[in-house]
Design a protein around this ligand. Structure first.
Ligand SMILES: Cc1ncc(COP(=O)(O)O)c(C=O)c1O
Length: 397
């Protein structure tokens, strides 16, 4: 199988990650933070190391300000619902995922308002438009690091400067950026960062994290056991345990720590360069193919490893289905939980096929995907010629 669905979750995982999960399940793994015995301490140490590794990747000074969650969606919900209050206004973009838009929509029933700043057809944000949307009651800017539909990278540093200048909380959805491009909370003035563990950080599914800078008051999403202040009925609002109610996913978190260390060892710029090379190879090979439309920036340097396409006359789901069943190539078709992003790039009615290489994708796999898409497209054109009865020479003239 050729796996080109790394935007949804990364595959394969590095051996270090697999080994960490197995060892945590078979050799040790007590409940961290619930007891003082040796096995609980060893588990807590693994979780602590994972926090440290995530902190290092994003230049976070205090690892204790990182809360582990089960995915980026939970991190975003915790941030939005835990920080915003009735009367607050939020600025976001038209390229966001439903994990930002739906919590905002839900909060709009509770007195929070939001403005969605439009992006261009390649998914690019013009920060001046964001500045124009600032009102006296604006409290937060929330935006994705990179689009999950087109891969378009967002101007984080510029937006972060705007947030800083206007005293706004800058929340970044790092789902498509973490492990793929530079995310530096200091340099980019990020106050709050939500990341999945299971995508670019190479950890297992069921893992994610949220960083909240010191000084911001966060309300928890859940109350329950924290292993501390057990006699108190109030949820302790201490980082990180106050926001990790209940037993944490220690095997997953420890393995995520390994994934983050693999990313750190490889180096973000080396990962970015390799993924750019693959994306360029794929984009250039498909650019000239009759019947294939490509969305998003042409320059692979402007985006993460995503190539979004459609084939004329074919439903995107059908293309993905043929790629899977006939060629053993895994991609994702449809609207990618981002209806507004599809409206922005002009595919709001049809969706598209999203092809996402990853760090373990090879050039041969890219070439095989190109050959398969060419074949599917030429068959679709042949079929449409047969149906319309047009002679081959006249097609396209
Ligand atoms: C931009 C973006 N934000 C948020 C999410 C949600 O991430 P998770 O699946 O970890 O909840 C995704 C998932 O694809 C995404 O692409």
């Amino acid at each position: 199988m050729i796996y080109l669905d790394n935007g949804a979750t990364s595959f394969p995982k590095p051996p270090e990650v697999t080994e960490a999960i197995v060892t945590a399940v078979t050799d040790y793994c007590a409940n961290p933070g619930r007891a003082g015995h040796a096995m609980a301490a060893r588990t807590a140490e693994g979780v602590f190391r994972a926090r440290d590794s995530i902190a290092e990747l994003f230049s976070i000074e205090d690892p204790a300000r990182i809360v582990f969650t089960k995915n980026c969606t939970e991190s975003l919900n915790l941030a939005l619902k835990g920080l915003l209050r009735p009367g607050d206004h939020v600025i976001t973009t038209s390229m966001e995922h439903n994990s930002v838009i739906r919590p905002l929509h839900q909060l709009s029933c509770k007195g929070v308002s939001y403005t969605m700043v439009g992006c261009d057809m390649q998914g690019r944000l013009h920060v001046d438009e964001m500045k124009k949307a600032i009102r006296p009651e604006t409290r937060m800017i929330v935006m994705t690091a990179a689009s999950n539909v087109t891969g378009t990278k967002m101007p984080l540093e510029e937006a972060g400067r705007v947030a800083l200048r206007h005293g706004l909380i800058f929340l970044v959805d790092g789902a498509q950026g973490a492990g793929h491009m530079e995310i530096d909370v200091k340099k980019q003035h990020i106050d709050v960062l939500a990341v999945p563990g299971h995508k670019g950080l190479l950890g297992p599914q069921g893992t994610g994290a949220l960083y909240v800078r010191k000084g911001l008051k966060l309300r928890p999403l859940m109350e329950g056991g924290t292993g501390t202040r057990s006699r108190e009925r109030e949820q302790p609002m201490e980082f990180p345990e106050g926001y990790e109610a209940g037993t944490v996913n220690s095997p997953g978190i420890i393995a995520l720590g390994e994934g983050a260390r693999v990313v750190q060892r490889m180096g973000i710029s080396a990962i970015e360069e390799y993924e750019r090379h693959l994306t360029e190879r794929l984009g250039k090979a498909l650019a000239g193919v009759d019947g294939v439309s490509i969305y998003g920036p042409e320059d692979a340097g402007e985006k993460t490893a995503v190539v979004a396409i459609n084939i004329d006359g074919m439903d995107c789901e059908e293309v993905a289905d043929i790629l899977d069943r006939r060629y053993g190539i895994a991609v994702r078709a449809g609207f990618h939980c981002s209806g507004c992003a599809h409206d922005t790039i002009g595919t709001g009615d049809i969706g598209c096929v999203r092809i996402c290489p990853g760090i373990y994708t090879t050039e041969n796999e890219i070439d095989a995907a190109v050959a398969a898409i060419k074949e599917i497209s030429s068959q679709a054109m042949e079929q449409s010629r047969c149906q319309t009865g047009a002679p081959e020479d006249n097609v396209g003239s």
